[in-house]
Design a protein around this ligand. Structure first.
Ligand SMILES: Cc1cc2nc3c(=O)[nH]c(=O)nc-3n(C[C@H](O)[C@H](O)[C@H](O)COP(=O)(O)OP(=O)(O)OC[C@H]3O[C@@H](n4cnc5c(N)ncnc54)[C@H](O)[C@@H]3O)c2cc1C
Length: 428
């Protein structure tokens, strides 16, 4: 079977590229290892699919503001892509396909139905409208390149373990990364690209929970609190985020933690000691906190410490605070009898509670892969390989990852569109 363009991977980037390439008149087909398209999209945004984030759509500087949400060894690389297809174009594109978006808190954009399945249905319909063949249950095992026609030979394994070879003149690799419960099963897109001469920048899990070393982890589990989290490496705070944090029985999660996890993963991978410091009272300075609690101890001096704190903190947290300060051994101690030393312990824990980070929660629980195919080997603004003309990359497979909040799907849409348009121009 020959097509002008084969796309490897019917994820967000591949689906966007397929619709775009077909609309540019290119004979396009998709190879997908799974038994359906876009399986990962179904899991996104807690089943609602956070398609993009409008908070960075700030007029003329939109692409620049947006590019600051991305990470790559080539820091400036995403900009040339985002300048061609950004947030506005994404909203218009989905509206054009029949999927208007709605904005929820903090600029997060979702399908109006608030169902990730709607995104898949719309892509399915768009592919049918355009007669784009999708070869499901076709795991690409290998790709070879020839100087003669046809340029690409793509060896696949079907569900009956039969080997089939497809050919094409152009190839778009959008096979994703290693993040997610079913991602990265053999052979990942990285392997295919590496065999074609590309370099892999070490993939690490990002947007992922952190595992903490703490003897009372179970006691903390399920506690949620507003907080500010800091990652400390070599005694230096290297990044901080604020928002709702949630303790679990293995560690910690919540938007600020997910956002910081990329840096934690990077330093852990280098064997460095990583510490998480949590400020459970981010709205108050240390002085304000001391003043606030001193007033509380004084006003309710006749109450036990536990009774005094129960109106301020989660009850489970109060138990842990008492244990941490040693007051669990003196449950009847009244606020008026608290020593300066114990009060000091409270202040330190509430403002700078430090935990050793032992690991991330791994690729299976991560939302995105940091690292991937080296972008210095791709042409900026077209995403064509500098090593293999006619090969284009899109989505998570390359060394670009975004922050939490819709930016990774945005990268999939932007890069899928740009690669398909560049390839169409090259054909024309
Ligand atoms: C639980 C979860 C929630 C998320 N929520 C959000 C969110 O709300 N917003 C957001 O912006 N991002 C979110 N993300 C991240 C986002 O989903 C990904 O960054 C994005 O889907 C990447 O798109 P992609 O097309 O590059 O790769 P993928 O979506 O991973 O698609 C790759 C496709 O290639 C196929 N494939 C792989 N190898 C082969 C092969 N050898 N042969 C044939 N086919 C192959 C795979 O089966 C897959 O269908 C989430 C991720 C996870 C795991």
């Amino acid at each position: 079977m020959h097509h002008k363009l084969f796309i490897i991977g019917a994820g967000a980037a591949g689906l966007m590229a397929a619709v775009t390439a077909r609309d540019m008149g290119i004979d396009t087909a998709i190879l997908e290892g799974n038994d359906r398209i876009g399986k990962k999209i179904l899991m996104t945004g807690d089943g609602r699919c956070n398609i993009t984030n409008e908070s960075t759509a700030t007029g003329t500087d939109e692409a620049i503001a947006l590019s600051h949400k991305y990470h790559s060894n080539q820091a400036g690389f995403p900009l040339a892509v985002l300048q061609q297809f950004g947030i506005r174009q994404t909203i218009d594109f989905f509206s054009f396909l029949g999927l208007p978006l709605t904005r929820l808190k903090e600029g997060l954009m979702y399908p109006m139905s608030l169902q990730a399945a709607a995104v898949l249905d719309i892509f399915q319909l768009a592919l049918e409208d355009r007669n784009v063949p999708v070869y499901l249950n076709n795991k690409v095992l290998d790709v070879t390149v020839s100087k003669n026609h046809p340029r690409f030979k793509i060896k696949c394994q079907t569900e009956t373990e039969e080997e089939v070879v497809y050919t094409s003149d152009y190839l778009l690799l959008s096979a994703g990364g290693l993040a997610g419960p079913n991602a990265g099963k053999e052979p990942p897109g990285y392997t295919l690209a590496e065999r074609l001469g590309h370099t892999l920048i070490e993939p690490l899990p990002a947007i992922v929970q952190l595992k903490l070393q703490y003897p009372n982890m179970r006691a903390l589990s399920t506690i949620k609190s507003q907080g500010q989290a800091h990652i400390i490496v070599n005694s230096k705070v290297i990044c901080s985020e604020q928002g709702e944090i949630a303790f679990t029985d293995y560690g910690i999660t919540g938007p600020p933690i997910l956002q910081l996890s990329r840096k934690a993963a990077y330093h852990l991978a280098r064997g460095e000691q990583v510490t998480l410091s949590v400020d459970l009272m981010p709205g108050r300075t240390e002085e304000e906190l001391v003043e606030f609690l001193e007033r509380l101890w004084e006003t309710f001096g006749h109450r036990t410490v536990a009774d005094c704190l129960v109106g301020i903190f989660n009850k489970k947290l109060v138990s842990v605070l008492l244990k941490e300060t040693g007051l669990d051994q003196q449950p009847e101690l009244l606020c008026q009898d608290l020593s300066m030393k114990t009060k000091g312990k409270f202040y330190r824990i509430l403002k700078r509670w430090e935990f050793k980070v032992t690991d991330t929660n791994g690729f299976t629980n991560a939302q995105v892969t940091a690292g991937g195919i080296d972008t210095s080997e791709l042409i900026e603004g077209t995403l064509e390989s500098k090593l293999v003309p006619g090969l284009y990359l899109a989505g998570e497979v390359m060394d670009v990852d975004g922050d939490f909040g819709g930016y990774n799907l945005q990268w999939a849409w932007s890069s899928g569109y740009v690669a398909a348009m560049a390839l169409a121009k090259s054909i024309q």
